[in-house]
Ligand binder design. Structure first.
Ligand code: ADP
Length: 262
């Protein structure tokens, strides 16, 4: 719990720092883009070579602005507002976005186990996490492949604990995202939750996707597990705490509890 607290304090401080820098950068970039725009419009007959340099600079400044927008979105993360969430339904609601994110070369399959419990999570942050995982899966499959999203009930006990990540025994809703992409070496795998760790070219990766996923799941009281093999693909599994709202407990469970209570 202390490690989780430290991680969340670290993320909060980082969020504030990032937000401040991103905000200032954004303003400066707006000036640069605006001035270059002005130049192009005022001197349409300038040396074509010169114009190419200017529009190249403008393009780079636009990419930088897109990056700072992502950093701003990261630093503005809302506090969690957990409620009983139908994970299968959320994923179905995302299907258009996921389809567009993946493009034509990647097929997508979703499996939902029957009798799926509801999870006690912030629905919109859960959706952000699924989108982040999907973007990573797409980037890992430049030649195309398959994305599988599975949801199932899961009962965890201490035997599921991984090094450094204590598992609280109990009922969880498991959501896993599996790709048939490049996979990761153990060295990369050990760093992926670090904020700003990325292997992607500048402007393409921020290194914040899996930090968001990890932060969200940990703050929700859940667990993340990763498995990956170079050349075969990656599975990221989220274990989200089951919602314990009375209406979410199946009738049979409720009767047993009532009898215990006597
Ligand atoms: P970003 O995607 O911006 O790089 P992330 O935190 O989401 O930031 O991911 C960090 C790094 O983890 C990526 O740069 C990549 O090297 C690796 N990674 C994440 N997901 C996958 C995946 N599904 N397959 C292969 N590598 C991955």
């Amino acid at each position: 719990a202390e490690a989780a607290l430290r991680q969340s304090q670290k993320m909060e401080a980082l969020g504030r720092l990032t937000g401040g820098i991103a905000h200032d950068f954004n303003n400066m970039l707006a000036v640069i883009i605006g001035n270059l725009d002005l130049f192009i419009r005022r001197y349409p007959d300038a040396d074509p070579k010169m114009l190419r340099f200017v529009s190249g600079s403008q393009e780079a400044a636009r990419r930088a602005a897109a990056l700072t927008q992502r950093l701003l979105a990261f630093s503005r993360r809302q506090p969690l507002d957990p409620k009983a969430t139908d994970i299968g339904r959320s994923i179905a609601d995302l299907s258009d976005i996921l389809r567009r994110t993946l493009g034509d070369a990647i097929s997508i399959e979703t499996l939902r186990a029957p009798g799926l419990w509801r999870a006690n999570v912030d629905t919109s942050q859960f959706e952000t996490a699924v989108i982040n995982l999907t973007v990573n899966a797409r980037d890992a499959m430049p030649e195309g492949g398959k994305l599988l999203i599975e949801c199932a009930n899961a009962r965890l006990d201490q035997s599921h604990a991984e090094a450094g990540d204590d598992v609280t025994p109990g009922d969880y809703v498991m959501v896993s995202v599996t790709d048939t992409g490049t996979g990761m070496s153990p060295e990369i795998l050990s760093q992926v939750f670090e904020p700003f760790f990325t292997t992607k070219p500048v402007g393409l990766g921020t290194g914040l996707g899996l930090s968001q996923v990890h932060g969200f799941v940990k703050q929700s009281g859940g667990h993340v597990s990763l498995s990956s093999e170079v050349g075969r693909g990656t599975t990221v599994s989220l274990y989200l705490p089951r919602s314990l709202e009375v209406s979410d407990v199946p009738v049979a469970d409720r009767i047993v509890r009532a009898e215990h209570g006597r």
